[in-house]
Every structure is written in structure tokens, then in C-alpha cells.
Ligand binder design. Structure first.
Ligand code: AHR
Length: 502
């Protein structure tokens, strides 16, 4: 067994915890909307068809912000199809996911859902098959109190008060050749800049996200951000980043190191933003919206799209089943996001229900939680106050993809209001436990520590509808040792230790 030493001092702050770090994503894809968040006729459905069992789970998950309605879907979406009397809404082909969109759920249903879930909506506009005018129309529908065509239509549709959505994405993954209306960086940067300028004529206080790269492995990565920001720097507040990870060819060691790529991704994007800032002699800093991240096994049968004349409604798509190692990686990615809280001011785990999701539902039936639910929920609940640097001294472990990486990765938060310290850690060893010492300086323990750990002798264990709780975070034995705490992290584990500081 190896040793790791973490040094924590509440004076060494990185930045405040950004509550928007704990965002999620609802896309019209597979069963995320239909039989996910929305299922009229389900025993738990409210009068609008919103599944209240899902709403309760969303609250437990601690989600703060939800991006909608896509994703690839948004690049072919006509938002007007999804408002007004249900029986008059058209059925359309959804080209992104080779499905039929019934439009029974649209902007008004989403806003009602967001309100009930207690989350901030983050809207995306279609800059694939549409452009400035349609973005303006949607903004008018959502944010203008009344007295104009689209705002009065919203009122006629039952929403007297404007939704006042602050956070908007200017399209989705426009760097990806798979995207409807895919553009070059120059073309997209200009369109994004013009759309942003026009949207700010309605509401100057919007927070706008320009599309960055769909992954650090994109051939245009780096150049894309540079070119887009040269066009749109003054008009936007965020640049997006998207990343999905999975275990490939049985290479668990590299998979457990996925946060190394996320660190690299964020550092590269912020460096590019700051390069453009310098070139433009601007005072403004652009933040990162990591608005799609997760584990996704995109090569599995679950992600195979319907074909030919088969255009199903709400088919089961991307319904990945997650194991314990996947949950450890999710916990590790949250550590990376928190560590970058000075520049990552928003993030969305993709997605919320059924589609690569922590929450699974049976049509007409039960709800169950995947393994990945737990590290997200615990981090969202307990990462409060200031993010602290948590430098780790430990042995390196070898990975195919990233070379030698520290076997333990960690971040901490400290809430100056309550004095509560929370330390989030992963042991990325595939086969060895690590004895961890958490050394405190600049503060003393003001009470006993407690901890939880997520691991299992069989890291391939997956939750199911019949058993989603026999492997869940369990109590971690944390020993006080002078100004240090000691605990043991099993191989392939995620853990959280909490301690009140005086
Ligand atoms: O989250 C699934 C898909 O992944 C999204 O629609 C798209 O933006 C990304 O490629």
C-alpha cells in the first residue's frame, strides 16, 4: 500500500465555489424528455405531465442549472413548434437523432419544469439551420414582459410573467462536422458575434456562451477558440467546452486519469482566451462553460441511431449503464472542474435523465439511480464556500494515455460561514489502496471528522432498477492524528472527508 499526503490551508483559496458548476442538461434526445422528465399518465405526473419522482431526484442530485433543448438537437429545432395548444403542435423529423419530435414538450413546459425543480434555465439557440432572427424571437418570447408579438404569445399561452433567462448558448458544437449547419470558425465566430450583439439589444445583461470545441481531440482544437474569439470576444462572456470519456480497450488506468485531459482542456482554453485578450488589449476575461461533460460509451449499441424509415418517438438511446469505475471518474472530473473555479464558471453534466444520465426511469414505472448519481450529489451538496488548493504528494501511476500521473487527485472547499471543510479525493490506482494523510495548517479541527467512500471489490458493479443501493457511498473511517487526518482509500475509489474547522 502506498502513502499520500494532502496539505490543506484555508488561506490558500482558488476562488469561490461557482454554484453553476453543478449544472445538468436536458436535450430532446432518446428518453431524456419523453418518459424521462415528462410523462403524462405516469402515476407521479403532475397536471402538466412532469414526473414528480424525477423532480425529487433532481433536487437530491443538487442540480443548479439546466441547459436546454440541445445539444445536436437544437441545430435543427424550430422552437415555435413547441408552444401553444398541444394538439396543434406539429410532428417533425429530428435529424440529429433520427427520431420524431412530437413537440408535446417545449419552452413553456421546460420553464415550468425548471421552476418546480428549482434550477436556473440555460437556453440554447439554433445557429445551425437558423440564425439571428429566430434567436431574437425566442429571446423576446422568453424575456420581454409583453406588448410585442412573441411576448404576448407567451402570455396568451399562459405565462404572464417573463422567464428572464440570463444564460444563453449561441448554438451547439458548431466545430463538429456532424452538426447541422456546421461552420468554419470564421463563419461561426461572425454569426455568433452578430447574434450576441442583436440579443443584447433586447437585454444587455444576458450572459452569452460562444461555442468552443467539442473535445480536446478535435483537429481544430485551439485554433477554433482563437478564431472564434477574435470575432466575438467583446460580445460574449463564456466559451464552451465539451468532453466525454470512457474506458477503451480495457485500459482502466487511463480511464481513471480522465481528469488529466479535462485539466489540459481547461488550461488550454483559458490560455487561448487570455491570448486573444492580450491581442485585443481588453480588460475583460472570458470564462469557461464546460456545458457538456460525462462518461459516454459512444461506440456501444446503446448509441446506435435508428435508420431508414424508422423515426421513432422517444426511443431508448444512449442509455449507458454505469459501473463503480465510471462513478469514480465522474467524481474525478468534478474535482478538475472545482480546481478550475477561477475560470470555469458554469458546467453541465450531460445528461440528466436516461440519456448518459445519473437518473434512470422506466416508462410508466420506477425511477432508479446510477452509480454516477452519488459523487455528483455529494459534491454538489458539500462543496460550499471557497475552493482550496489541495496539493498532493504521492506516488505516480503509469497510464497508456497520459504517462505517469499522481495516483491520488484531490480538491477541497471551505465554508467560512460554517467553518466546514470538505475534501474530495480519488484513488486512481487500479489495484492498490492508498493511505492518505490530510495535513492541516492555518486552522485546527473544531469537531470530529466524517467521511464517505464509493468503491467495490468488483468495480464493474452496476446499479439496476431492482438494486440501485447495495453499492453506494458508505462510511469511511477517518482517524484524527494531531493536526492530521488519516484514512485509507481502496483502489478505484472516490471519497469525501468533512471536518469543522475552528
Ligand atoms: O450529449 C449528447 C450529445 O453530445 C449532444 O447532443 C452533443 O452536443 C454532443 O455531441
Amino acid at each position: 500500500m502506498s502513502k499520500a499526503v494532502l496539505s490543506i490551508d484555508p488561506a490558500f483559496t482558488v476562488a469561490p465555489v461557482q454554484r453553476r458548476t453543478f449544472g445538468s442538461f436536458v436535450e430532446h434526445l432518446g428518453r431524456c424528455v419523453y418518459t424521462g422528465v415528462y410523462e403524462p399518465g405516469h402515476p407521479s405526473a403532475d397536471e402538466r405531465g412532469l414526473r414528480t419522482d424525477v423532480l425529487e431526484a433532481v433536487k437530491d442530485l443538487g442540480v443548479t442549472t439546466v441547459r436546454y433543448p440541445g445539444g445536436n438537437f437544437v441545430s435543427g429545432y424550430r422552437w415555435e413548434d413547441g408552444v401553444g395548444p398541444l394538439e396543434q403542435r406539429p410532428r417533425r423529423l429530428d435529424l440529429a437523432w433520427h427520431s420524431t419530435e412530437t413537440n408535446q414538450f417545449g419552452v413553456d413546459e421546460f420553464m415550468a419544469w425548471a421552476k418546480r425543480a428549482g434550477v436556473e434555465p440555460m437556453m440554447a439557440v439554433n445557429l445551425g439551420t437558423r440564425g439571428i432572427q429566430e434567436a431574437l424571437d425566442l429571446l423576446e418570447y422568453c424575456n420581454v414582459p409583453g406588448g410585442s408579438h412573441w411576448s404576448d404569445l407567451r402570455r396568451a399561452n399562459g405565462a404572464e410573467e417573463p422567464y428572464r433567462v440570463k444564460l444563453w448558448c449561441l448554438g451547439n458544437e458548431m466545430d463538429g462536422p456532424w452538426q447541422l449547419g456546421h461552420k468554419t470558425a470564421r463563419e461561426y465566430g461572425r454569426l455568433a458575434s452578430q447574434t450576441a450583439k442583436a440579443m443584447r439589444m433586447i437585454d444587455p445583461d444576458l450572459e452569452l456562451v460562444v461555442c468552443g470545441s467539442s473535445g480536446s481531440g478535435m483537429p481544430t482544437f485551439g485554433d477554433w477558440e482563437n478564431t472564434v474569439l477574435r470575432e466575438a470576444y467583446d460580445d460574449v462572456d463564456f466559451v464552451s467546452a465539451h468532453a466525454y470519456y470512457c474506458e477503451k480497450d480495457g485500459d482502466l488506468a487511463s480511464f481513471l486519469g480522465s481528469a488529466v485531459d479535462m485539466d489540459y482542456f481547461i488550461d488550454s482554453v483559458t490560455a487561448t482566451c487570455d491570448h486573444v485578450r492580450a491581442a485585443k488589449k481588453s480588460d475583460k476575461r472570458i470564462m469557461v462553460s464546460f456545458d457538456e461533460w460525462n462518461v459516454w460509451y459512444a461506440d456501444r449499441a446503446e448509441s446506435k441511431l435508428p435508420e431508414g424509415d424508422d423515426w421513432p418517438v422517444g426511443p431508448p438511446l444512449l442509455e449507458d449503464r454505469y459501473n463503480v469505475a465510471d462513478a469514480v471518474v465522474v467524481g474525478g472530473l468534478l474535482i478538475s472542474l472545482l480546481r478550475h473555479s477561477d475560470r470555469v464558471h458554469a458546467a453541465c453534466q450531460a445528461q440528466l435523465a436516461n440519456v448518459i444520465a445519473p437518473i434512470m426511469t422506466e416508462p410508466g414505472g420506477r425511477l432508479w439511480r446510477q452509480t454516477t448519481f452519488h459523487p455528483f450529489a455529494l459534491t454538489a451538496r458539500h462543496a460550499v464556500g471557497e475552493v482550496l488548493a489541495a496539493p498532493v504528494r504521492c506516488r505516480q501511476t503509469k497510464t497508456e494515455r497520459f504517462g505517469e500521473i499522481p495516483v491520488v487527485d484531490a480538491v477541497a472547499t471551505h465554508d467560512p460561514q460554517t467553518g466546514q471543510l470538505a475534501v474530495f479525493m480519488v484513488n486512481r490506482s487500479v489495484d492498490q489502496s492508498v493511505e492518505v494523510a490530510i495535513e492541516l495548517s492555518g486552522a485546527r479541527a473544531a469537531g470530529p471528522a466524517d467521511g464517505v467512500v464509493l468503491s467495490n471489490p468488483d468495480h464493474t458493479w452496476q446499479a439496476t432498477a431492482d438494486d440501485d443501493s447495495s453499492v453506494a457511498p458508505r462510511r469511511l473511517d477517518v482517524r484524527a492524528d494531531g493536526d492530521s487526518l488519516a484514512c485509507r482509500l481502496p483502489a478505484v475509489s472516490w471519497a469525501m472527508v468533512r471536518l469543522p474547522l475552528g
